[in-house]
Write a protein that binds this ligand. Structure first.
Ligand SMILES: CC/C=C\C/C=C\C/C=C\C/C=C\C/C=C\C/C=C\CC/C=C/C(=O)SCCNC(=O)CCNC(=O)[C@H](O)C(C)(C)COP(=O)(O)OP(=O)(O)OC[C@H]1O[C@@H](n2cnc3c(N)ncnc32)[C@H](O)[C@@H]1OP(=O)(O)O
Ligand SMILES: Cc1cc2nc3c(=O)[nH]c(=O)nc-3n(C[C@H](O)[C@H](O)[C@H](O)COP(=O)(O)OP(=O)(O)OC[C@H]3O[C@@H](n4cnc5c(N)ncnc54)[C@H](O)[C@@H]3O)c2cc1C
Length: 699
């Protein structure tokens, strides 16, 4: 796992490297360079109107070109793409909530086509294109094409199949989607009802299918179906199926395809054409089954390769890994909005008529906000680590080493579940942290929530995924006595005997500042919960029955294990060199906040397993409170470090210059209801009502 450090390092240098901006402190607090002078962000950022209602002009973060050279590629690429998108009128943010579905969708097509044009014109690399997609900030068919269709062919296709299909897909001469889910089956992939029956007479397959996928754009799909040859079933496999004509985009014979209709929220994920697809005896050539895992011969015989069957699920492992990094982005975006606004917003305060208190100074606000800020950083680090794990497993697979696949599956499934659930909850919390104005569309938070929340369901329902982690953990525990040493993220289980007995050494609040103490508490909690589940399971005659009965406890154990991974990767990160004066200390504080807040929220686990005493829990809470005061002076710098443009944030409350109130007022007048002073419908409904009341009053 040590090479994870390389990735983590990249991140720190590039993002916290922003840190170079927040490094020149004059005093103990982190500073931020605004208009060329270094000022400590101890309060409201001085020149920026965070904390003031007056317009302060457009103060910009200084990012000198010569400084950019210092940043490693990722930051540079990301920053360049953010600016490119923000300055291009085609990518302007429409008020998506106001658009009809057709307008919304057509706008998405326009932006995607323009993005592709720019990618070609500017000869953007894959990394640059991917950053561009991120900043365009609109779910589109291209996500599925690049994110699932292409990876499915790469991961499950033979060399020959890749050579045939990938060039077409790379040039977007075909557009593909990932058609796996049916009306009746999503989580249960082996239960799919779509069948692909091999017909040796004609060398073709036939399908019946009902997927979630792309309803209006894709010309092709990788369709998952149960393979049947010679009257026998051979499990689920992927098949490349052409859906629409490449000449006029009409569905091919036997194919019924369309959009499944409006989804949650206005705007939001409705830019995506999730679709319905029905096959009626559609025939495709035999060699369009992705055959890396299993080959079907001309005679209809199945030949298993040495690659494990689970590779059929490989695309999901890949996407789940990307979803973890995306969680950090969505969370950091919401936290950036809520933190900046909390510094602007004032309520209550001195009775003598002095200025009211910035809401960010209330301990309750800090105790809700700062753990979310810490989580955004934590998810970023664990996302980078997971990227490394995924690359590592991919390289091993290429060398026919399948040993780390189960762990990669458990980690991607578990961390996808943990981070998306936490992020969805956090976005909603950020909305509440912004009070009434958070409920306005112009805060950017309602749409962010609506667009984000399906991440808890797609790519695997979060509970179903945690149950996969629990299976992996139960297997690991059951092998503990067998001499098979647990490795990677379960290595701590090798010390199960010690961890079952260990006593937390904390005696005073500061003792909670030792990473080893925190780690041991989280390890002991996870091991104890896993072992307790394994013991309960062993009482069942039928293990599957036991697994169903105990599933709620198993999910809790899986969460404990996944939280341990996040905490341990954060701690690992801090063992490295981190450039920028004061940056490491800030990250350390965030790491403690992340861990101690989890401990506080899951106190029941820690106490009931005897990992810590009530007194130690109370000391942890005391310490947590004191850490909030240390984050407060640097909170704005820590969210500025995400380097989000106002265009990307799309939030009046999260504006960089803090000029919230005049802009809220300005934004209100843009609403179509304000196009006329007297509303449509006045004559028809309001006036007669008023007149009626007048007549009644006279009576
Ligand atoms: C403008 C810009 C232009 C260009 C842009 C450029 C670039 C853009 C690039 C990219 C964009 C990137 C990313 C974004 C892409 C997409 C994200 C956005 C939207 C997402 C859309 C959503 C898509 C979907 O939802 S697709 C459908 C997903 N479906 C699921 O997730 C189903 C969930 N169910 C399952 O996974 C499985 O069925 C199961 C729950 C795991 C159960 O499996 P099974 O029935 O087989 O049962 P078992 O439990 O017995 O398992 C058997 C065995 O297998 C192991 N296992 C299971 N899963 C896996 C796996 N995935 N990998 C490895 N191993 C696995 C399991 O542990 C068991 O092992 P053992 O036998 O050893 O115990
Ligand atoms: C916005 C969006 C985009 C999508 N895009 C695609 C796509 O591009 N391609 C594609 O193929 N699919 C796509 N999907 C489908 C998605 O992958 C599935 O909806 C998802 O995998 C969940 O499966 P399900 O709908 O069958 O949920 P279900 O399994 O029916 O879940 C319903 C409830 O049952 C519970 N449950 C289910 N099984 C168990 C169990 N074994 N134990 C305990 N509880 C259980 C779940 O926790 C959940 O609470 C998309 C979905 C959405 C929302």
């Amino acid at each position: 796992m040590s090479s994870a450090q390389g990735f983590l390092n990249d991140w720190v240098e590039s993002r916290v490297g922003l840190g170079s901006n927040i490094s020149n402190s004059r005093n103990t607090s982190v500073s931020y360079n605004i208009k060329g002078c270094w000022i400590p962000l101890t309060d409201n950022g001085g020149r920026r109107s965070l904390g003031s209602r007056e317009e302060q002009g457009s103060v910009r973060c200084r990012r000198d070109e010569d400084r950019l050279g210092w940043f490693p590629p990722h930051f540079d690429v990301s920053d360049r793409m953010a600016r490119l998108v923000a300055s291009d009128p085609v990518f302007r943010k429409d008020n998506r909530a106001m658009l009809s579905r057709k307008e919304l969708f057509k706008n998405t097509l326009r932006k995607a086509a323009h993005a592709w044009k720019r990618i070609i014109e500017l000869r953007l690399s894959e990394e640059e294109a991917s950053e561009m997609r991120f900043y365009v900030d609109e779910p589109a068919f291209t996500d599925l094409h690049w994110g699932m269709f292409v990876p499915a062919i790469k991961g499950q296709g033979t060399e020959e199949q890749q050579q045939k299909w990938l060039p077409l897909a790379y040039k977007m001469q075909i557009i593909g989607c990932y058609a796996q889910t049916e009306l009746g089956h999503g989580s249960n992939v082996q239960g799919l009802e779509t069948t692909a029956t091999f017909d040796p007479e004609s060398d073709e397959f036939s399908f019946i299918w009902w997927p979630g996928g792309l309803g209006k754009v894709s010309t092709h799909a990788v369709v998952y179906a149960r393979l049947i040859t010679e009257g026998q079933e051979h499990g689920v496999h992927g098949f490349i199926v052409q859906l629409r004509s490449l000449d006029d985009h009409m569905p091919l014979p036997g194919i019924t395809v369309g959009d499944i209709g409006m989804k949650f929220g206005t705007g939001a994920y409705n830019t995506m054409d999730n679709g319905v697809l029905r096959f009626d005896n559609v025939r495709i050539p035999r060699n369009q089954m992705l055959m890396r895992v299993m080959r079907v011969t001309r005679e209809g015989k199945c030949v298993q390769s040495n690659v494990p069957r689970q590779l059929i699920y490989g695309t999901m492992v890949y996407v789940r890994q990307t979803i973890v990094s995306d969680a950090s982005s969505a969370l950091s975006r919401a936290v950036c909005i809520a933190t900046r606004y909390s510094a602007v917003r004032r309520q209550f305060g001195p009775q003598d008529g002095g200025v009211e208190t910035q809401v960010i100074d209330y301990k309750t606000q800090q105790s809700r906000l700062f753990p979310l800020l810490a989580s955004a950083y934590a998810f970023r680090f664990v996302g980078e680590w997971l990227k490394w794990l995924y690359l590592d497993v991919t390289q091993r697979l290429q060398a026919n080493d399948f040993s780390t696949l189960p762990e990669a599956h458990a980690c991607t499934a578990g961390l996808k579940s943990l981070t998306t659930s936490a992020t969805a909850d956090a976005i909603e919390e950020c909305r509440k942290l912004c009070g009434g104005h958070g409920y306005l569309s112009s805060s950017g938070l309602p749409e962010l929530f609506a667009v984000y929340v399906p991440a808890c369901t797609y790519e695997g329902d979060n509970v179903v995924l945690l149950l996969q982690v629990a299976r992996f953990l139960m297997k690991t525990v059951s092998q503990l006595g067998s001499g098979k040493k647990p490795v990677g993220t379960t290595a701590y289980m090798a010390r199960a005997e010690d961890l079952l007995q260990s006593r937390c050494s904390v005696q005073k609040a500061e003792d909670w500042l030792k990473p080893s103490v925190i780690l041991e508490a989280f390890e002991a909690r996870a091991v104890r919960m896993c072992v307790a589940c394994a013991q309960s399971l062993s009482k069942f005659q039928n293990p599957e029955e036991g697994f169903l009965e105990l599933s709620a406890d198993l999910v809790e154990a899986a969460i404990a294990h996944c939280q341990l991974i996040v905490v341990s990767k954060f701690i690992e990160k801090l063992q490295q060199d981190i450039p920028g004066k004061g940056v490491k200390q800030q990250l350390q504080i965030l790491c403690y906040i992340y861990a101690l807040n989890l401990l506080h929220k899951h106190l029941g686990d820690f106490l009931s397993t005897g990992c810590i005493t009530p007194k130690q829990a109370s000391l942890a809470n005391d310490h947590l409170r004191s850490l909030y005061s240390k984050v407060r002076p640097n909170a704005i710098a820590l969210v500025d470090a995400f380097n989000y443009t106002d265009h990307f944030l799309g939030s009046v409350l999260g504006r960089y210059d803090g000029n919230v109130y005049p802009k809220l007022y300005e934004e209100a007048w843009k609403d179509p209801l304000n196009d006329s002073v007297v509303p449509d419908g006045y004559q028809e409904y309001i006036r007669p009502m008023l007149k009626q009341q007048l007549r009644n009053a006279r009576l």
